[in-house]
Design a protein around this ligand. Sequence first.
Ligand code: URA
Length: 438
Amino acid sequence: MKLIPAEIIKKKRQGQEHSLEELRAWIDGFVSGQVPDYQMAAWLMAVYFQGMGKEEISFLTQVMRDSGRVLNFSHLGAFCVDKHSTGGVGDKTSLMLTPLVGLFGLKVPMIAGRGLGHTGGTLDKLESIPGFRTNLSLEEFQKQIETLGYAIIGQTAEICPADRKLYALRDVTGTVESLPLICGSIMSKKLAEGLNSLVLDVKFGSGAFMKSQEEAQSLAQLLKTTGERQGVKVTTLLTDTNQPLGRFIGNALEVKECLDILDGRTFTPSAPSKQVDFDYYQPTRELTLQLASHMLHLGGKADSPEVGYSMAQKALESGQAAQAFSALCQAQGGDLARFRGEEMSPRPFAEVRAPQAGRLESMDCEQVGWASLLLGAGRLSHTDKIIPCAGIEVNCRLGEVYQKGDPLFYLYGDSSSQKACGEVEARLLNSLAWDKDQ
Ligand code: URA
């Protein structure tokens, strides 16, 4: 098909739908450099305002997937399953989930991401384990799926080059927050893994990209329909991100939380916090088990998610999941013994205390995410280096009553994190709303 870029842009500007053939020529033309950034930027903005039809989104996803290599594990005769989260604060579930589900004979070829905006990324977390390689070649990745059954790597140049190029352009043209473009971006990468089924954790709330439950529901429906049109079984969970997940935010701190959970430890802080009975690790453990339960069910290992839940719980409690995580680290070069020696008893350099007594009514969790980035747990620009030990320990929960001076957050990091301390403290305190009559 002869490509006339201005015609494609005008068509979308007028709200018309593209055919599969048109989208293939358009996206392939962009990847090869025939379509320049300025024309693609105009089209992205037209999509942002006009949207796309369901079939059209499915076509877009398909051509983005086909822009690079599409993996295929069907020769292994085992079910391939994965999980994707739309991004939260303190969400470290992928680290435990991948080996936990892999234990049951399902193949889990996870291609994960780095931090995006105020949210953390699985690759950055794993790289806080000394030596852990997330940059396996596709050949090494495929081999590990064949032998161990599970692996976690970053997107390589060969997988979905269209998404890499499009995402970079969306990032600088104000076109990230478009449901069809988000759907194409997420699903093309997941479909390139050669999956049979996918569990999607679609986050909503102040710490998520989708602030309202309705928006998250629309995205979940779109992701599900798009996956199913490509022959992949999809289950979606909507999860609340109005406060961070678990106790810790930050790369090494989140790995520590995972190791504690895998080792069967709980985290119940002692006084002066009012929540002496609350295990801060429980939300992380619970979401991991929920996601595992659906993966085991979709993968045909459990008759129902309830059965899958108790299978996953047993694997966690028996220490099998901990062994499977060690096997993952070993296979990808991660030195867990060194991590345990250096990072399992971190010391905070500062604490943030309650400015008054009251009930904690709400938290702008996105601001808590940005505060952790300011400490060095994420990147403010592409060239920034992550500080693995940087982050925040969350010592407060919504709905609880605190006294003036109670410690609400503990801050971690190195000397450069300490320079951001004032701004981080102000941001954290501003993120909280109190009912002072309590
Ligand atoms: N995650 C992605 O991979 N792509 C998007 O567009 C948004 C979130």
